[in-house]
Design a protein around this ligand. Structure first.
Ligand code: HEC
Ligand code: HEC
Length: 442
């Protein structure tokens, strides 16, 4: 084999041969060597010329990225997460525009099922404009933290936030309770899942607009309500969240060519036998796996290609009107949220909420850190990054190939100096395309 490699290098370096190296190959070379020429560029550039199969390390890593390792999503704070009725009720609520103040916006206005639950926009727009990119929802149930800054710790507590956010649905928990209580079909579904609704629907309090998250007037109205009434409204509101959360528990990542690739690896295929990825993509895969060439796997690992953590890759914005400190504020907000895992409306015992208990509270370290997003179905869910600054995966890879310089040591976590060649940047970008869903969502 060693002799053949020498030939290949010579051929590749010889301008006379470079246009059609195959035609110039000495006949004595066996087919194996010819195949090696075909993939010669790729293995050369991936720093692995001369081999035709994956190393044991590469195989082990690739298998660790298999969807089969996902297991069931955790749901300790929502005991209805796998309740079929709650899932169906949640799906209807996901599309229900009457949860918004203008009756124009639902969750699905921004999380479009046909677009893998994103909107294709840099930043989400409904009742107003948000400063962040609308996140995809496939596989969300397997994560511990929600939003780019992780300011919510469950799908159900997350779901309550956009309903009341002025830029999103601009609704409020009292109006939601009124709507459910007075919509016979929803009332019936609610009661069959959660038991009797604590309101007949005719109470005058339900005609007010009140929430502790709203404007001054809404806050004042809320504070003036008796604690017992607040508790009943919060209970209904939390159950609406638990239904929306239950529905989102059904949204699994959609299979990709990357998964077919893992199956081929498991079956012991060598480079030349791989059908799921083309040669450039295969070169990209080897770069992705090579921690001397790239750092991707440090953060994008496990079956969701995310470490479920917050990392600083120099994307925070600390000045100007649209500042974004990321996780620094997110961790504090998660702790203070009345609907968090340790709160009154959670179905978990406080000591079950391990993610809250062991949360990294070092806010300074978390300044400018954002949640590592999943790379699953990533070609279907652009634009990219928390502010939607990039429209293509190639732009993302170029960012990593040339990260912002440090102005002080360890300013961010991206190591300088990977020095990816132009061709390698293209290969890595193409490899990311293999994370595209094979089927349409929903
Ligand atoms: C304005 C459009 C808009 C509407 C309406 C909206 N969302 Fe979102 N959604 C977003 C944006 C933008 C983000 C990221 C916001 C952030 O990080 O601050 C997001 C984040 C999320 C996340 C976090 C996903 C993750 O990986 O962390 C979930 C879950 C979610 N939305 C579900 C919902 C549900 C359920 C509803 C309806 C009750 C809803 N959204 C309504 C735009 C919207
Ligand atoms: C130190 C951790 C870290 C490393 C290393 C890293 N990423 Fe990321 N990645 C992140 C974080 C955090 C974000 C989100 C940043 C933001 O939104 O501002 C992200 C975002 C992305 C996105 C956009 C996803 C989306 O939904 O918007 C892609 C694609 C991506 N990374 C691919 C890669 C590739 C390829 C590599 C290796 C070249 C890599 N990442 C290395 C942490 C990391």
């Amino acid at each position: 084999m060693r002799k053949h490699i020498l030939h290949i290098i010579i051929i590749i370096n010889d301008p006379q041969h470079s246009l059609n190296p195959l035609a110039q190959l000495p006949l004595v070379l066996r087919p194996a060597a010819i195949r090696c020429v075909l993939i010669g560029c790729l293995v050369l550039l991936a720093g692995s010329c001369g081999r035709s199969e994956f190393t044991e390390r590469e195989q082990t890593i690739l298998q660790s990225l298999s969807l089969e390792n996902l297991g069931p999503p955790s749901s300790e704070s929502n005991k209805y997460a796998f309740n079929k009725q709650a899932q169906q009720f949640g799906e209807q609520l996901f599309h229900e525009k009457n949860l918004s103040s203008s009756q124009k916006f639902s969750c699905a206005s921004c999380h479009l099922p046909g677009k893998f639950f994103t909107d294709g926009l840099p930043t989400g727009v409904a009742a107003g404009s948000t400063n962040r990119n609308t996140q995809a929802l496939h596989g969300a149930a397997w994560q511990s933290w929600f939003y780019w800054d992780g300011r919510r710790d469950s799908l159900w507590s997350q779901a309550l936030t956009p309903i009341e956010a002025p830029q999103e649905m601009d609704g409020n928990r009292v109006a939601v309770t009124h709507f459910i209580a007075n919509t016979p079909d929803y009332r019936q579904q609610y009661e069959s899942i959660f038991g009797p609704l604590p309101f007949s629907g005719n109470e005058s309090v339900l005609l007010t607009s009140a929430t502790p998250m709203g404007d001054q007037e809404q806050k004042r109205t809320w504070i003036e309500l008796p604690a017992e009434t607040q508790d009943k409204i919060n209970t209904v509101f939390a159950n609406i969240g638990k239904s929306l959360g239950a529905y989102q528990h059904t949204l699994e990542p959609v299979t990709t060519r990357f998964d077919q690739f893992i199956d081929e690896i498991k079956a012991g295929k060598k480079f030349r036998q791989i059908k799921s990825l083309n040669k450039t993509e295969l070169q990209g895969a080897l770069l992705f796996l090579n921690d001397k060439k790239t750092q991707c796997l440090e953060c994008h690992n496990g079956p969701l290609l995310s470490n479920d953590a917050f990392q600083n890759i120099a994307t925070g914005n600390f000045t100007g009107p649209i500042f974004d400190f990321g996780r620094e504020f997110g961790s504090q907000a998660a702790m203070l949220n009345e609907f968090n895992c340790q709160g009154r409306y959670s179905d978990a015992a406080p000591d079950e909420c391990l993610h809250l208990i062991y949360m990294n509270r070092d806010t300074v370290h978390m300044r400018g850190a954002f949640k590592t997003p999943t790379l699953r179905n990533i070609p279907n869910t652009g634009p990219y990054f928390h502010d939607g600054r990039f429209t293509t995966l190639e732009q993302v890879v170029r960012y990593y190939a040339n990260p912002p310089a440090w102005t002080r040591p360890d300013e961010h976590e991206l190591r300088p100096g990977f020095e990816l060649e132009e061709q390698e940047i293209i290969a890595l970008s193409r490899f990311l395309e293999s994370f595209a869903a094979i089927e349409q969502s929903e």
